[in-house]
Design a protein. Structure first.
Length: 431
């Protein structure tokens, strides 16, 4: 996490104040249930709830000596609570606090990211309907293929981000588990009812089998979901980067008054936001692999996952949070050039209608092999000699004999390619 790519709303989740506040709540809730079960005095719980607090600088000081963050925390809390602090952490182990807290933080982060995705979806939807009928060149292998609309490009982004929202919602539900099961997860020293109570109060579900830690396949799913979202984000911005190329210039990032694109060349207007988001996507994906490697821990627990998660928890969520907000703004402010789109579409002088002619010939009784050969020999004249495709077809006796001049001209109708745009939009947006 660096300030340049950090929103304070997401960073707050990972700050020591929030982490220790969650730890204190976990410990206090556990005490409340222990009191209900008659394990500790009810009067002591009242004191713990009223006096429970911590001092972050004191925790750091104690940890420097004891080399254990949970013990340092408990010692600091005891200094506020007094003698009743002896009942805190009864039958619990450090992972009960750490893992349950981490789940709470990941849920909090997921809620921020879901809000971010909603912003991205809203921006895409608005621009998709704005450009539903804006004709542009569809490309395969970066080569002109057949006409589409810019709205359809945006519709594919919307559908993918909608799937990502569903993935993140599922990952949020699967990470929302807590464990208060004690050493090696057997509940030998703490009643399972304590776990149920704490989880219910924190909005979590009890982990069915927690050994001494919550199984890390849940965390792997969470971080892999973030990586998929980042990859979808990159797919969008790579397309924008291509469309902003000088030779294409069908769309470009908004360039504000006073903005400068290059320290050396005053004319430059570079796709810096899209390039930044490409880099950010690489970072979010990089956090996926260590999360997968965390799944295989030794026996009932080890702490090889701990240092990993202290890094990837904040870094992955903060990075993606910032990136999604930036993506929403980029799309909302994207400058689109319909005239350039049409100009580029016409650049190859009608070649985009080659498949329609091919199909017309087969419908007219010509074999597919002969049809392909007839269309291709005329298409190559456009590629190699700069000819006009329709004129070449009209001058080809074999094609004219099979189709007639009127049918050839009719096959160059752009609306043929766009007749099902409404159907696709209805599938994606429901209207």
């Amino acid at each position: 996490m660096i300030p340049r790519y950090t929103r304070k709303e997401m960073a707050r989740i990972w700050e020591p104040e929030n982490r220790f506040r969650i730890w204190l709540e976990i410990e206090t809730l556990a005490c409340e249930k222990q009191a209900q079960l008659g394990v500790i005095p009810a009067e002591s719980v009242k004191v713990i709830r009223e006096k429970g607090n911590f001092d972050i600088s004191r925790i750091d000081e104690i940890e420097a000596e004891v080399k254990h963050d949970v013990i340092a925390f408990l010692t600091s809390v005891a200094e506020f609570v007094g003698p009743e602090a002896r009942f805190i952490h009864q039958g619990m182990t450090s992972s009960d606090v750490l893992d349950t807290c981490f789940s709470v933080q990941l849920v909090q982060a997921a809620d921020e990211l879901l809000t971010d995705l909603d912003m991205v979806l809203d921006a895409i939807r608005e621009r998709a309907f704005e450009h539903k009928d804006t004709v542009c060149m569809g490309r395969s292998h970066a080569i002109h293929a057949e006409p589409v609309t810019f709205g359809l490009k945006l519709a594919t982004w919307y559908a993918e981000m909608q799937r990502n929202r569903q993935r993140l919602q599922a990952a949020r539900e699967n990470i929302a588990t807590g464990a208060i099961s004690g050493a090696v997860g057997t509940f030998a020293n703490i009643d399972p009812a304590v776990e149920e109570y704490v989880c219910q109060k924190l909005g979590l579900k009890p982990e069915p089998v927690s050994t001494q830690v919550i199984p890390r396949d849940r965390h792997a799913e969470y971080f892999c979901t973030l990586a998929i979202i980042a990859s979808s984000m990159e797919r969008i911005v790579v397309e924008i980067r291509h469309l902003q190329r000088t030779e294409v210039l069908e769309a470009e990032e908004f360039f504000s008054k006073g903005q400068k694109g290059s320290s050396a060349m005053p004319h430059k207007r570079n796709p810096i936001l899209s390039e930044n988001l490409t880099g950010q996507a690489r970072m979010v994906r990089a956090y996926c692999l260590p999360a997968l490697e965390n799944v295989a821990l030794w026996h009932e627990r080890d702490i090889s996952h701990s240092s990993v998660e202290r890094n990837i928890g904040p870094d992955a969520t903060v990075t993606l949070d910032f990136s999604l907000r930036r993506l929403a703004g980029l799309i909302r402010n994207l400058v689109v050039y319909p005239e350039n789109m049409l100009k580029n579409l016409n650049q190859m002088r009608g070649l985009v209608f080659s498949q329609k002619i091919l199909l017309d010939l087969t419908q007219a009784g010509v074999s597919r092999e002969d049809s392909y050969r007839m269309v291709q020999r005329n298409a190559m004249k456009v590629w190699e000699e700069g000819k006009d495709f329709q004129e070449e077809l009209l001058a080809d006796k074999d094609v004219v004999d099979a189709l007639g001049e009127n049918k050839i001209r009719e096959s160059f109708d752009l609306s043929y390619h766009l007749k099902h745009v409404d159907t696709i939009f209805k599938r994606v947006f429901g209207c």
